[in-house]
Structures are given as C-alpha cells and as structure tokens.
Design a protein around this ligand. Structure first.
Ligand code: PFF
Length: 442
C-alpha cells in the first residue's frame, strides 16, 4: 500500500495553508464587504475577529490534524474512540462538496474574464451589463467552471508534495509580489488617498453589532476554518514543527493580503469616482472600468485576474483535498481516481449554482438564489457549526496535557489559546448563529 505523504518543509505547509485561506474571501469578498459595511470599522473588526477567534480555532484544527495524522473522520476516531466525533469529519466532507460547488462558479467567472481580457481586451460601454451577460450565459459559464474544476483536480491528483505543495510554492509568492505592484499602481493614482482614508481612518459611528457579526463570519470563511480543510493539511505535517507559529503566520498573511486587496481596489475606486459599495460585482464591474482608464490598464487587469485565479485555485484544491482524503481514508493509492470522481461530482452539483445567474435565476430556496443558498449554507451554518465542534473538541475532549505537549508553546500563550478556544470562540459562534436565526425569524 502507498505510504502516507508529508509536506517537504514547514514553509511548504505554511504556503499551502495560507493558500487555502487566501482566496476569494480575501480578494473578492473582503473588499466588497468592507465597501458596504463602513470601510475602516469593518477592517478593524475583521482583524480583531481573525486574531481573537479565528486564529485559536485554526490552531485547534492544526492540533487535531497533526495528532490524528489522518483524514478528519479517522482522526476523530483515533482521538476519541467509540464516540460520535467522526460526524464532524463527515460534516467537513459534505461541506467540502458544497463549498467547492459554488466556489468553482466564481473560479469560472475569473477564467472567463481572463480569457476575454487576453483575447479582446475588456472594453465595454457598461461593465455592469458585461458582468451580467457573462454570468448569465450558460455555455460560457459552465465551460469555464469545468476548466476551473479540471485545473483543481489536476493539482490535487498529483498528491501533497508534487501537487498541492508545488503549486502553492510558486503561486503564493507571486501573489504577494504582484499584489504589492498592483497596490503601488493604485496608490499612485491622483486622489488615491481618499481610498486609504476609507480603509484606515475609523468612523466610530458605524460600529454596530451587525458589522461585528459580518466581520466574524468573514474571518471564519477567510481562514478556511470549520470544514476540516486545515485539519487535513496539518495531518501531513511531521511532529516537531511549532504549530502556533505556523497558525499565526497563516492568519497574518491572510490579513496582509486582505488589506493589500483593499489597497488595490479602494484607492482606484475613489480616484476614479466609482462607488465603494457596489457589492459582489465590485471586482468584476468596477475594476475593469477603472483599469480601462489608466495607463497600462489592460496589462494590470490581466495580471490581476491571473493572481486572482492563483489565489482561488490554492483554496479550491484544499476543498477538494478534504473530500479526497476523507473519501479514500488510508487507501492512498486511490487518490488519483478519487480526485477525478469527486471533482466530476462537484462540478455536477455546482451546475445549478452556475445557472442561477441566468436560466435558473427565478428558482428560489428560502428566498435566495441557488448560489446564495449554497454560500449561506456553508458560511453561516456549516462553517460556524463545524468550528464550534472543533473548538469544543480541542478545548474539552483533548486533555490539557495532550494539547500542551502538542503545541509546545510559552505557557502564557498556551493558556490564552486554551481560554479562547474553550470559551471565547464557542460563545462568539453561538452568538453569530443565534443572531442570524433571530434575523430570519423576524
Ligand atoms: N478561505 C477561502 C477563501 O477565503 O477564499 C475559502 C475556503 C477554503 C473555505 C477552504 C473553506 C475551505 F475549506
């Protein structure tokens, strides 16, 4: 039987985990959410939520993953024999399917934009209309989604070292370097400072409970916590590496890229008199309009979509990895076939989400489009519930001596982590879910 793989180095693991975290959450959702939720206040709350709640849960996933040394279902079986905890692994498995089914739709949009930018430039009189015509065209959108899934499958079937680690190793550094280049381009536009002010100078009157909840939800989605992706990645880590440092690096890199994305987008938005509160179309509608007006705009536009594609792929492969590793359990020689079979299934499940911007736009589930429903189901239910279970497991089921040995951290930091993961994180998650339920009932 094929042996279980490992990352070739700590940095390889950090880049892959940061790759999972940094994706549409940081580059697409973060700017538009900041834009519609008060800018700087949202940024501040997002940073606090990431460090105080997201990071402790991320570390909990790392601990469980490395101690279990297996896919999530097997890990829970090993760490709490005879109990029902493996259900958490199965929840991750199920949500791996759902999250990738709609994530790949946006992955497809990026490919469509990229192909159009390369072939005909993205000139359009009305970019809003262009966005609508692309996202509602069934043939183009399904084809693009299929290509995006093929790329994801192709990387994941290569395995941990030759597939996921190798892809992350060159995609992530390029993402950082070119995002800095893009931010400089945006910051040197005339009138750019208004955008910087929007991101960093807080207007305290905008501080509300709702903004806090939205920022917390964003921190979860953005750190990929709650669906066992990070647990699975940590299971390929050898003993001895300090988990605390790795988790902190991942959280910090995710914050840095989110803010860089803001620094690419908002200075340009303000410099060219666009609206920061455009919503989900912000990147697809406002950016091409902006890039159309600045020197070397089409070059920067293409660069932006290539980077966004990298960021999206390094996240989508972690979603497929959850499904593949749980699907094959210890039968590592089945990885290749599993990646193709599950990848194809995910594509099929994603078809209704893709079509929900066109042919199926009238179909509603609980008053939402199919795409929004899949998104809400994962980000507001699946991930928070998974994260709650994971923090309880790490805080109450694993013993203090087990986790302190595994984490090998300074006692003050260890005690802080244990407090956050036992009390602060579960309380915050229960509040998010309760607040959301109340909102629905009202
Ligand atoms: N963190 C990813 C992003 O922000 O785009 C999304 C994500 C990746 C969610 C992996 C869940 C997951 F398992």
């Amino acid at each position: 039987m094929a042996p279980r793989e490992q990352w070739s180095s700590k940095i390889g693991f950090i880049l892959a985990a940061a790759g999972s975290a940094i994706g549409l959450g940081a580059i697409w959702k973060f700017p538009y959410m900041a834009g519609t939720n008060g800018g700087s206040i949202f940024v501040l709350l997002f940073i606090i939520s990431t460090l105080a709640i997201g990071l402790p849960i991320l570390l909990a996933e790392f601990v469980i993953g490395r101690m279990g040394k297996a896919d999530a279902v097997t890990a829970f079986k090993r760490l709490a024999p005879g109990k029902r905890w493996p259900i958490v692994g199965w929840i991750g498995f199920a949500f791996g399917f759902i999250v990738l089914s709609f994530y790949s739709v946006v992955g497809g949009w990026i490919l469509s934009y990229l192909a159009r930018a390369l072939i005909f430039r993205l000139d359009a009189a009305d970019h809003g209309q262009l966005f609508e015509s692309i996202t509602s065209n069934p043939v183009e959108i399904l084809l693009a989604q299929a290509v995006f899934m093929l790329l994801t499958i192709w990387i994941v079937q290569g395995g941990i070292k030759a597939g996921i680690e190798r892809a992350s190793r060159w995609m992530m550094p390029l993402l950082f370097i070119f995002f800095i280049v893009l931010a400089i381009r945006s910051l040197t536009l005339e009138g750019a400072m208004e955008g910087v002010r929007f991101l960093f100078v807080p207007d305290w009157s905008l501080l509300t409970g709702e903004t806090f909840l939205i920022a917390l939800g964003q921190a979860f989605f953005s750190l990929s916590v709650g669906v066992t992706a990070m647990m699975t990645y940590a299971s390929y880590l050898p003993k001895g590496e300090r988990l605390g440092q790795s988790a902190f690096s991942v959280a910090l890199l995710n914050i840095v890229i989110s803010i860089l994305a803001g620094l690419v987008i908002f200075p340009a938005v303000f410099a060219l008199g666009q609206s920061p509160s455009e919503g989900p179309g912000l990147i697809f509608i406002v950016l091409p309009a902006i890039f159309g007006q600045i020197p070397f705009g089409s070059f920067f536009m293409i660069l932006f979509f290539i980077l966004m594609l990298f960021a999206t792929l390094t996240s989508s492969m972690s979603m497929l990895e959850i499904v593949v590793s749980t699907g094959i359990r210890a039968k590592y020689d089945r990885r290749r076939r599993a990646a193709w079979v599950f990848g194809a299934l995910i594509f099929i499940i994603g078809i209704p989400s893709a079509l929900s911007f066109g042919v199926l736009s009238t179909v509603q589930i609980f008053g939402m489009s199919i795409f929004d429903f899949a998104d809400v189901l994962t980000s507001r239910i699946g991930m928070p519930i998974g994260a709650l279970a994971i923090s309880i497991f790490a805080g109450f089921i694993l013993t203090k001596s087990q986790t302190s040995k595994e984490l090998n951290m300074h006692p003050i930091l260890y005690n802080l982590w244990r407090f956050l993961v036992r009390f602060a994180a579960p309380a915050a998650i229960i509040v998010i879910i309760a607040a959301w339920l109340i909102e629905i009932i009202r």
